[in-house]
Design a protein around this ligand. Sequence first.
Ligand code: NAD
Length: 487
Amino acid sequence: MMFPDGKLYINGKLRDAENGARYEDISPWTGEVIALAADASAADMEEAIAAARKAFDETDWPTNRTLRRELVVKLGDKLKASKDRLMALAQHEVGAAKGFVAGPQVGSPLSYIDDLLKIFDEIEWEKPMGDRPGWVGTSRRTLVKEAAGVVGVITPWNVPLYITVGKVIPALLAGCTVIVKPAPDTPLMSAIWGELAAEAGFPPGVLNVVTAADPVVTGEMLVTDKRVDLISFTGSTGVGKRIMEKGAPTLKRLFLELGGKSALIVLDDAPNFAQAVAMGMVTPHAGQGCATLTRLLVPRSRYDEAVGVLQAAYAGYGDKWGDPDAPGQMMGPLISARQRERVLGYIEAGKAEGARLIAGGKAAADKGAGFFVEPTCFVDVTNDMKIAREEIFGPVAVVIPFEDDEDAIRIANDSDYGLSGMVLSGDTERAMRIARRIRTGTIGVNFGASISVDLPFGGYKQSGIGKEWGMEGFDEYLETKAIALGV
Ligand code: NAD
């Protein structure tokens, strides 16, 4: 399938890169080119930063809430009307299987736009703080919320629409001006925002979309430029650290959504034990999810049973993945050849460290020239192994036995990450007790959904700083000013 070429959107204009450069957008299913995308240079990013700064400083965008709401509603309607195109892009550009496209890739984020508008309507822009006598007299105080300024949005490739909705809609509604720098692998999923913003009639400079083949150059320009007030980043912890370092000289305000190595704890009394254990298969979207439950913790007392369940579940998964036309499938290829090599490297590391492979372990050459890796499962894993400590971002489950509840909590928390998790048990109080002690930003109990548009999402420890979604997701893009009037 071929798509129209992607353009930049800078200072209100849809255009090619200033030097005419374009790069190939590759389908993860086939390794073939599906479109060309504009390959921005430093000069393009410079223009975008200048335009966003000007729009923030010299127009009424930061103060005109009615205009912002109207234009965001228009943009949201246009995104919703483009659902078929977004679904085709999620499939062919992002490499999502059809069963995964309708929900997390496109359906859910589109439906979240209206929820975000409702949260926007609830923001308390001014809060009276009362009179307070002081040594110079009495002051009548007010707290005022206002836009944080120019925001650089840097996104990953795994769920690009979801992440762009979660960042750009609150940032625009808050009154910020925005420059989006998407991951090089998924340029069209972002370029469409420029196209639709142009149609919706956004004022020049308010929203800018700058795609580039180089993953670093244009992103680092945003991070180091003092005209950019805030970086809203989702991506790996390694790049998050680099951004923190590079942002230090301008004391950049940072919102970082980073990686994870979340634990699924199945307790010995979990009802339907087999179903609970099978939830630990890391197959949806080939494991390319930050909050995916990638460490499966099972009780030693039922360990052999759990391993048997997984062997049967993976054997039964057979060919139920990797078919771009199969409607219900949840797993396709990895995003790129580079990512496939990275994942295969982790699989080799797991073998070398003595973990036992009970499923998968190879690239799936029989599926064609796409970037496939078989659904893979390691058992007899200890929490100090590389495959238990690092984020693999591929279809690789690691199974770790625990002795008792305290041991499960200890293992779950023994991680540099702290993004998400799940506890399954027949005893709700026991499961809740454990959930409260896990150091992660979100956690589900007995299949509860802890990730939702109206709940803050964000990591503890090296999984990030700050929260996306919910009212907290708006606060990331707002400043609070205290004004005191002498009375
Ligand atoms: P990545 O960190 O490699 O890249 C993310 C973005 O940062 C890309 O746009 C990339 O071009 C840009 N970038 C790279 N180097 C940069 C630099 N020095 N300065 C500025 N920008 C730079 O991540 P990825 O491989 O695209 O995505 C996978 C990662 O994203 C995983 O670690 C995953 O856990 C994480 N992720 C986190 C969440 C979350 O909400 N916590 C959600 C989705 C993905």
